[in-house]
Design a protein around this ligand. Structure first.
Ligand code: NAD
Ligand code: DAU
Length: 355
């Protein structure tokens, strides 16, 4: 079986659902159920004996050691993290705790487990650390896309904490020989994306008749990848990645934020037109920028394509249409995640931004 951490979050839950649909191998899913973790994402697995959910923290060494001993996973995929840049600006502490200290404790538990593995189990074992393109910092418009050898230059508490975790993973391979793989992926979108992030926030706000808050001039560029393609890339790296290597994962889909927001509005105009006949674009509001806002991310995904034959299956056009449709069909899921805690966050992040 495999152990997935953070498997009740956005990408982790997509990964677990995809994995169980394609493999016979069971999944132990360890998740602390922070505000971003949601067991409803895994509701279709309720009666599936190959999915074992464990509510707990990657930094709980006793719990992790007992899970490893009991289940003897051949693979660990580490998604668990604090993941939202704006939250890291308002309060970095949780990011340091989970992304750095938590990863460190998890690595220590895994090191002890791996040292005890015998026979074929030891060379077969893999630890895949899921990371981000944000560790590379910001690009100007003309610079080439990030390759795996681009210098680390993180700019937010979130990306700095992810960079630290990447360095720990690298060090555990070089120092202790642990069989590590790291993926650095660009911006994901798709089902179960928590509506604090750009695309789901815009869909949810548009349908609720609220403002669509675009930070700064809206010309910041992100490189978007449908979440199912990120999951297929991780499966591909697990199957064929070289130990100790990192693989950049991206969709060759660089787009300015305002173009993303306009696309979401156009799709909603088509699929769920406003009652007054006007476009959802009327709700766009340019607001105070994010402090230290990275201008552009772009992933050069040629290594994973060349060495492992991975390519995204979705174009941005097919992926964003699927996504908007998913949110239209899952209004109950949206209503359930908009708890008091969600409303507090929206007040904290948006109330002081000038339109
Ligand atoms: P998310 O915030 O939606 O989910 C994170 C999950 O981790 C949640 O279920 C949460 O409960 C769990 N978690 C948090 N702290 C934990 C802890 N201490 N122990 C156990 N579980 C804990 O995040 P996401 O967007 O699904 O991102 C998953 C991973 O992928 C993260 O490592 C993130 O840095 C990385 N990543 C995300 C993107 C993106 O666009 N979302 C892109 C590239 C890489
Ligand atoms: O690049 C990968 C990263 O992508 C991941 O590592 C992070 O976990 C993930 O959250 C994401 O980070 P971003 O900061 O790029 O994503 P976010 O959806 O928060 O913002 C995308 C862009 O949209 C960014 O330039 C900020 C802007 N934005 C965001 C929000 C929430 C707005 O203009 N308005 C908003 O309300």
């Amino acid at each position: 079986m495999i152990l997935v951490t953070g498997g009740a979050g956005f990408i982790g839950s997509n990964f677990v659902l995809d994995w169980l649909a394609r493999h016979d191998e069971a999944v132990i899913n360890l998740d602390a159920l922070t505000y971003a973790g949601n067991r409803e994402n895994l509701a279709t697995l309720a009666a599936n004996p190959r999915h074992v959910f464990v509510h707990g923290d990657i930094g709980d060494s006793a719990l992790v050691a007992s899970l490893l001993e009991r289940h003897q996973p051949r693979v660990i995929v580490n998604f668990a993290a604090e993941s939202h840049v704006d939250r890291s600006i308002h309060g970095p502490e949780d990011f340091i705790q989970t992304n750095i200290v938590g990863t460190f404790r998890l690595l220590e538990s895994v090191r002890a487990y791996w040292n005890r593995l015998e026979g074929d189990a030891r060379p077969a074992f893999r630890f895949l650390h899921v990371s981000t393109d944000e560790v590379y910092g910001s690009l100007s418009r003309d610079e080439p896309a990030f390759t795996e050898t681009h210098r680390y230059e993180p700019n937010s508490p979130y990306s700095a904490s992810k960079a630290a975790s990447d360095h720990l993973v690298r060090a555990y391979h070089h120092t202790y020989g642990l069989p590590m793989l790291t993926t650095n992926c660009s911006n994901n979108y798709g089902p179960y994306h928590f509506p604090e992030k750009l695309i789901p926030l815009m869909i949810v706000n548009a349908l609720a008749g609220k403002a669509l808050p675009v930070y700064g001039d809206g010309q910041q560029i992100r490189d978007w990848l449908y979440v199912g393609d990120h999951c297929s890339a991780i499966r591909c790296v697990l199957a064929g990645g070289k130990l100790g290597e990192t693989y950049n994962v991206g969709g060759w889909n660089e787009k300015p934020n305002i173009e993303i927001v306009n696309t979401v509005c156009s799709l909603l105009d088509e699929l769920r037109p406003r009652e007054d006949g006007k476009s959802y674009r009327e709700q766009i509001s340019y607001v105070t920028d994010r402090p230290g806002h990275d201008r552009r991310y772009a992933i050069d995904a040629s290594k994973i394509e060349r060495e492992l034959g991975w390519k995204p299956a979705e174009t941005f056009e097919t992926g964003i249409r699927k996504t908007v449709n998913w949110y239209l069909q899952h209004q109950d899921w949206v209503a359930n995640v908009q708890s008091g805690g969600y409303r507090d966050w929206v007040n904290k992040n948006y109330a002081d931004r000038q339109a």
